[in-house]
Design a protein around this ligand. Structure first.
Ligand code: OXD
Ligand code: MN
Length: 580
């Protein structure tokens, strides 16, 4: 397979003349191509077959121990003007970015095959979808892209029809940190990534295209590319509400997207549309509609079990690629939080020894097609997407943030999103557990200046006829002893139920300066083991702590200088004044 599109053919030819691969393979996206690549990777040791009785067609890949997470400090947005990238991004000029990274690509594919992967982010026939082509020398990337995106022949046909595509060039290079760079050129709609085989750095359709490049494009075209799960909540009466939730990496988006209702909420169903990325478009009626650009999940494995996420637990028992998990003696994957089995070999391939640390890497991952998910929504493939009733922000915060609150209006909601803070996790290299601002959970992923991004968000307040309501949740509040106050997981549906009731004007709420909080009696706590005191803490605010928080949000907003939208500053000042 080659292409009739000369712009694509000449980019591929030119890339080959620089990277010097031994051969070029155009990916067709067929199952037989996947099987053949898997066979080759089993033969050369890139993959290990897992226990066939319990985990049929499942494989383990072990990364270089240096290459197990995203690298925000090596990720750049290269725009002509520094201000366009903003203080939220690492920046060099496009000329400097290309020069730095091109030097690393010279001859880097010698002795390797260069794969050309045409892919479509979103349903093939959706007007909201966008295409790209990733060139890579990593067969691991190819098989992951097959599970995560609509790739191959159909995507190429769409690219040839419309003529435009995002260009993503990737090589695993030599995996050394000194020669690792993830460069984005939003003004050219292109990406160059070298030196890492890790998902977020190497599967270019995901973070690089569907968030960083897409967010930039979305601003120009009047839509939003967001780090959000999309889920449909069906009540016992058969009413379905779709909500989109932005939580930072490794804060439970996959678990919420696949939630199983508690026994005390019979008749409720939860349908997964997406677990990581939402593209939100205003439709002709002025509603916000969401599609999930991905068609698979790249989820954090540790902690997954029958209680926390039974759907995920079941879906990763076949046709799954595991990365950096441990193994039991009979070759089953094992991870911390898996209730059965014991590790025999750790994620580095050593005999397991507790003194070496965790058996599975804390950021070990599963890659699996969305169709494996028992709660997969048939509307995930609908070209028109689904209408969004509520947008929910959240972070991992031990203190301060109540279980749930609702913003008073759209502008306030944008401030609530801009003020999201969360503890850092193993999804990025660096220290874990440090609270940092992660606006709209997009700190690592916004492809342009956050000040312009907030202005873009604010503009929907005028352009949409039906504005989704905006909420903030915190499943991670702890008591003085470090115990979680809220059980989380399936019981989070109780909070989502309140959110839907608010959207449908069915419940009152108590007004506070930070927003509307639930009256404890309006939260469904049937069969829930929670004390009245804990519930009170979860549904009230500490004004002194919030005064400090608003001050800190104000200081954070100041770092955006003149570009900061006035409306956001006014919201922050208004709430700060009401708190004092
Ligand atoms: C992810 C991440 O992999 O956010 O989704 O890091
Ligand atoms: Mn993510």
């Amino acid at each position: 397979m080659t292409t009739t599109l000369s712009a694509l053919q000449s980019w591929v030819d030119q890339t080959a003349s620089i990277t010097l691969p031994d051969s070029i393979h155009w990916c067709t996206g067929t199952d037989s191509e996947y099987q053949e690549m898997v066979r080759n990777m089993l033969a050369d040791g890139t993959l290990t077959r897992l226990n066939e009785e319990h985990f049929p067609d499942c494989y383990l890949h072990r990364s270089d121990p240096n290459d197990v997470a995203r690298v925000e400090h090596l990720t750049f947005v290269c725009t002509e003007s520094k201000e366009d990238a903003g203080p939220n991004n690492n920046w060099v000029t496009p000329a400097e970015g290309h020069a730095k990274v091109d030097a690393l690509f010279a001859g880097c594919m010698r002795g390797r095959t260069m794969y050309v992967i045409p892919y479509c982010m979103g349903p093939i026939d959706s007007p909201y979808s966008r295409c790209g082509v990733e060139i890579t020398d990593s067969p691991y990337v190819v098989i992951n892209m097959k599970l995560m995106t609509r790739m191959g022949k159909k995507a190429l046909e769409r690219i040839e029809k419309y003529g435009d595509f995002v260009r993503g060039l990737h090589s695993t290079g030599d995996l050394s940190l000194e020669r690792r760079l993830i460069m984005h050129f939003p003004e050219e709609l292109s990406i160059k990534s070298i030196g890492s085989g890790y998902g977020g750095n190497a599967l270019l359709g995901k973070k690089c295209h569907a968030l960083r490049i897409a967010s930039y494009q979305a601003r120009q075209e009047g839509w939003l590319a967001e780090h959000m799960l999309i889920v449909g909540l069906e009540s016992p009466e058969g009413e379905v509400h779709y909500i989109a939730c932005a939580f930072p990496s490794a804060c439970g988006k996959t678990n919420l997207a696949m939630l199983i209702p508690p026994d005390s909420m019979p008749g409720w169903r939860v349908w997964t549309l997406g677990d990581d990325i939402a593209w939100l478009h205003p439709d002709k009626d002025g509603k916000l509609r969401a599609i999930n650009p991905e068609s698979g999940y790249f989820g954090v494995v540790p902690g997954t079990n029958e209680m926390t996420n039974k759907n995920a637990y079941d879906m990763i028992r076949h046709d799954t690629i595991f990365t950096n998990v441990a193994l039991t003696a009979d070759n089953q994957p094992w991870w911390e939080g898996k209730k059965d089995g014991v590790p025999a070999t750790d994620w580095k391939g050593r005999k397991y020894d507790a003194t070496n640390g965790k058996a599975a890497h804390p950021n070990s991952r599963f890659t699996v097609a969305a169709t494996n998910n028992p709660s997969y929504s048939s509307l995930a493939d609908a070209p028109e997407g689904v209408p969004i009733a509520a947008i929910v922000f959240g972070g991992r915060r031990k203190e301060l943030a109540p279980l749930v609150y609702e913003a008073k209006n759209w502008e306030h909601g944008v401030l609530v999103g801009a003020g999201v803070a969360s503890e850092t996790t193993a999804a990025n290299v660096g220290e874990v557990g440090i609270v940092r601002r992660d606006p709209m959970a997009m700190k690592p992923f916004c492809g342009y200046n956050f000040a312009d991004y907030w202005a873009h968000w604010l503009s929907f307040g005028k352009s949409l006829s039906y504005l989704p309501r905006v909420f903030h949740v915190n499943w991670f509040r702890q008591d003085a002893k470090g115990e979680f106050l809220w059980p989380g997981f399936g019981d989070n549906l109780r909070v989502l139920n309140w959110i839907i009731d608010r959207c449908e004007h069915r419940v009152e709420a108590r007004e506070t300066p930070i927003g509307y909080l639930p009256y404890p009696q309006d939260l469904n706590t049937k069969n829930l083991d929670i004390s009245a005191a804990a519930l009170e803490t979860l549904t009230t605010i500490d004004r002194e702590q919030w005064r400090e928080e608003l001050k800190s949000v104000g200081e954070y907003l100041n770092t955006y200088g003149e570009r900061l939208p006035k409306a956001l500053r006014e919201q922050q000042q208004k709430i700060a004044a009401e708190l004092s």
